[in-house]
Write a protein that binds this ligand. Structure first.
Ligand code: ATR
Length: 310
């Protein structure tokens, strides 16, 4: 139980919806384990009778700053809409075009993207290398952007982005090549895997298939694709096993879900807010609690996605 008093600092999550978020659990648990006097709460920001959702957001951000809110996470649908309301946006977040974490600055909040760094730290924790790796990103939406930029920034030899709408994937690849000033990214359609060299890849599953689709669906169902996969990294964490992971394992690859990315995007936000380092043993303890809760909360209608949640 949090002991709230006159010195308690408030942190929170802005989004719509926010009811199913695991972020309060992660942050309040980190605070309890590390001895911070804070409370982390969800803030639903939505339209009203006389206000659009974007007007509500434009009121909420400076309002939160004025109230002394120590820091915020931003989730769907505001990760890009919040950009013009910030004092400044840090480099990787500016390139990705989305922020999920706000840190107090001089006269307003500073925007960060801890989804990208959180995915990287989750992968490191699982012993997955990015540097010089041949990476495939499935999807070209918000979560895929963070994953693809992260792979490019962390030195992947190649980043192949494949999406149902191929034009979105080619456009994202062109953006990445421009920002990184190296021709590492290429984009195309999902079926383009047939033209890839017959080597093993690290594949990041960043579409919402498995989330908004029947559980037995994978974004690519053709078993031939999984012959190209040594590691399948799924960004969905509920259900904790998806068809993409299943097909990866059937073809002899290693498969992971998005729960650790969810943890580490929160850990990095916590570290930015409190200018601290979360010890590995503390992160591991929170991860075990998350796993328990995630399994208990699993139901066909309660599917969750690490890139979607702050
Ligand atoms: P998020 O911000 O969570 O990434 P998003 O921006 O809506 O969500 O992106 C969803 C991703 O899942 C997109 O890459 C989308 O493909 P399109 O760009 O072609 O729409 C992908 N996606 C969603 N449903 C899909 C489906 N049934 N088959 C293939 N891809 C799908």
């Amino acid at each position: 139980m949090i002991d709230i008093n006159g010195s308690t600092k408030i942190f929170g999550l802005i989004g719509n919806p926010v009811e199913h978020t695991l972020s309060p659990l992660i942050h309040n648990q980190l605070a309890a384990l590390m001895g911070y006097n804070m409370a982390y709460v969800p803030f639903l920001v939505t339209d009203g009778k006389t206000m659009t959702a974007s007007a509500a957001l434009a009121a909420a951000i400076p309002g939160a700053f004025t109230l002394g809110i120590g820091g915020l996470n931003i989730t769907v649908p505001y990760k890009s809409a919040v950009l013009p309301l910030l004092e400044r946006v840090e480099a990787p977040a500016a390139a990705i075009g989305a922020v999920n974490t706000l840190v107090r600055g001089e006269n307003g909040y500073i925007g960060y993207n801890t989804d990208a760094e959180g995915l990287y730290r989750a992968m490191q924790d699982d012993g997955i290398n990015i540097n010089n790796e041949a990476v495939i990103v499935l999807g070209a939406g918000g979560a895929a952007r963070a994953a693809a930029f992260m792979a490019a920034f962390k030195g992947a030899a190649a980043v192949v982005i494949m999406n149902r709408a191929a034009a979105k994937a080619t456009a994202l690849a062109a953006e990445i090549n421009k920002v990184t000033a190296r021709e590492c990214a290429a984009g195309g359609a999902l079926a383009d895997f047939k033209a890839l060299p017959a080597r093993k890849h690290l594949v990041i599953q960043a579409t919402s298939v498995g989330l908004n689709e029947p559980a037995d669906r994978a974004v690519i169902a053709d078993p031939a694709f999984y012959q190209l996969v040594h590691t399948g990294y799924e960004l969905i964490y509920r259900p904790s096993e998806t068809m993409f992971m299943n097909l990866t394992r059937q073809a002899g690859g290693r498969a992971y879900n998005g729960l650790k990315m969810l943890l580490y995007q929160a850990v990095q936000a916590f570290e930015l807010w409190h200018q601290t380092a979360v010890p590995p043993a503390v992160a591991a303890q929170v991860y075990r609690e998350l796993q328990d809760i995630n399994i208990k909360a699993a139901s066909p209608v309660n599917r969750r996605y690490a890139g979607e949640e702050a």
